[in-house]
Design a protein around this ligand. Structure first.
Ligand code: GDP
Ligand code: IMO
Ligand code: MG
Length: 432
């Protein structure tokens, strides 16, 4: 299939596992054919890698489309923005010769991650000890909590207006001090130095801030094509993931909420799936392999976090979980990533059902306690030994690799439309 056939409608790209499926690579490739690319959830907890030739990029807040000069990159309402991280990302890209001031837009209604959010994230995790979630410590949960509770929220519209920021911080920080002191016994913070530090950050970002909902609606009305870049992934979704071991946004299901775009506008949903499973942080992981197989996957797949550098937990592909994620996201097509990592296994296991105390099931229990009690039931497929990195067409894949893809497609019930056999742009095979 020609890639442009996947780019003729507004398209949402979303991870169907626990993150790090290769969403950044897919967005980079597709964005060549889109006019706008929109991050709509999460914040700098995301780490999206893009490789162009020998150049590697790791995006945390900036959309992975930023390398495409014709594509406007948008941070929509649902993103939580740490201005220090964002400016750091902007500066480091500019130092690498990438200029984009005119094609990066930030929603005035996006919430701002303040230093007390990251502090609260760290202190809360420390206090939980071995019950911790294993967050990225980027302040994501506390910022979304303040958004939901409303009284302590700071939005981009506040950040870029010094008087509004002053009044927000003078109200919020003393309240935070009482809470932090009671919960963590921490020393009080003074709001004034925070204000002094954040005013210039707001002024730096101000030219990029606008009403992104209007921007998106106008773009769609004038036949521009929009690509939506999900961060984190469906099994980390606040409402549909393995709660409480999730992130604090609707990272599988919230594209309309995060952007103000209506559901019927989105014509295609590409579910990004690793050819195996990985997870960072705590929480149940039925197919985890704490053995030589897991270690082999980690080494071959270089499974170390893009944001935190933590070794990722690795295991076999879990089709019960992927089928569930495909259904809640409405995936219309799958992108199977990192297939090359599985070369050199004699046999590959794929989980097709769970054994539970009440019998076998096809259903994914999106509840951490229930999920921690299931046992995976595996189907074993023959592996292959050829390296795949130089394969340029699906027909040239070893027959065992083609059978593996066919098995995934059949069990998930969604067509596989792309297969990735390396981090590079040209290591991408189109199917169908
Ligand atoms: P994201 O968070 O979903 O964007 O994924 P990450 O960027 O965190 O992690 C995916 C990693 O796999 C990155 O280092 C990519 O460069 C790399 N990658 C993407 N696709 C492939 C592939 O097909 N094969 C290999 N070996 N690496 C890949
Ligand atoms: P990308 O977009 C993998 C995980 C964290 C932790 C949990 C909560 O790169 O796929 P948080 O800091 O969000 O409160 O952490 O969610 N997590 C991710 N894991 N990839 C991500 O993003 C993640 N974003 C959050 O490891 O377990
Ligand atoms: Mg990542």
């Amino acid at each position: 299939m020609d890639i442009t056939k996947l780019c003729d409608q507004h398209t949402s790209v979303v991870g169907l596992q626990w993150g790090d499926e290769g969403k950044g690579k897919i967005v980079d490739i597709l964005s060549e054919h889109f006019d706008l690319a929109v991050r709509w959830n999460g914040g700098s907890n995301a780490g999206h890698s893009v490789q162009v030739g020998d150049q590697k990029y790791a995006f945390h807040l900036i959309p992975s489309a930023i390398l495409r000069p014709q594509c406007i990159s948008v941070l929509a309402n649902g993103v939580v923005i740490d201005p220090v991280q964002l400016i750091c990302e902007i500066d480091s890209l500019q130092q690498r010769g990438i200029t984009f001031e005119n094609n990066l837009k930030i929603s005035s209604q996006a919430h701002v991650v303040m230093p007390y959010h990251s502090l609260q994230d760290r202190l809360a995790e420390e206090k939980l000890g071995d019950k911790k979630i294993g967050t990225t410590a980027r302040g994501i949960g506390p910022c979304y909590a303040d958004k939901a509770s409303r009284h302590f929220a700071v939005r981009m519209a506040d950040l870029i207006d010094p008087e509004r920021l002053r009044s927000r911080l003078a109200h919020i920080v003393p309240e935070k001090n009482s809470i932090f002191q009671a919960l963590f016994g921490s020393a009080p913070m003074d709001w004034r130095p925070i204000f002094e530090e954040y005013v210039p950050l707001g002024q730096r970002l101000k030219p990029l801030v606008c009403n992104t909902t209007t921007l998106l609606h106008q773009a769609m009305a004038s036949a521009k094509r929009v690509l939506f870049e999900g961060a984190n992934a469906t099994l980390l979704d606040l409402d549909h993931g393995t709660f409480p071991f999730v992130t604090s946004s609707n990272c599988g299901t919230g594209v309309c909420v995060g952007t103000g775009v209506p559901p019927q506008a989105i014509g295609r949903v590409l579910g990004v799936v690793k050819a195996y499973s990985s997870r960072v942080g705590g929480g149940p992981f039925p197919t985890e392999q704490v053995n030589i197989n897991g270690e082999k996957i980690r080494q071959r797949g270089r499974e170390f976090g893009t944001t935190t550098g933590r070794p990722r937990r690795c295991g076999w592909l879990d089709l019960v979980a992927v089928r569930y994620a495909a259904s809640v996201t409405g995936a219309t097509g799958l992108c199977i990533m990192l297939l090359d990592v599985l070369s050199s296994f004699d046999e590959i296991n794929v989980c097709v059902q769970y054994a539970t105390p009440d019998g076998n099931t096809d259903e994914f229990p999106a509840d951490a306690i229930e999920l921690s009690h299931v046992q995976p039931i595996y189907h074993t497929l023959p592996g292959w030994h050829d390296e795949l990195n130089l394969v340029h067409s699906a027909d040239a894949l070893p027959k065992e690799a083609r059978a593996y893809i066919g098995f995934i497609e059949e069990h998930v019930g969604v067509p596989v439309q792309m297969v990735s056999v390396g981090p590079g742009r040209d290591q991408t095979l189109m199917l169908g």
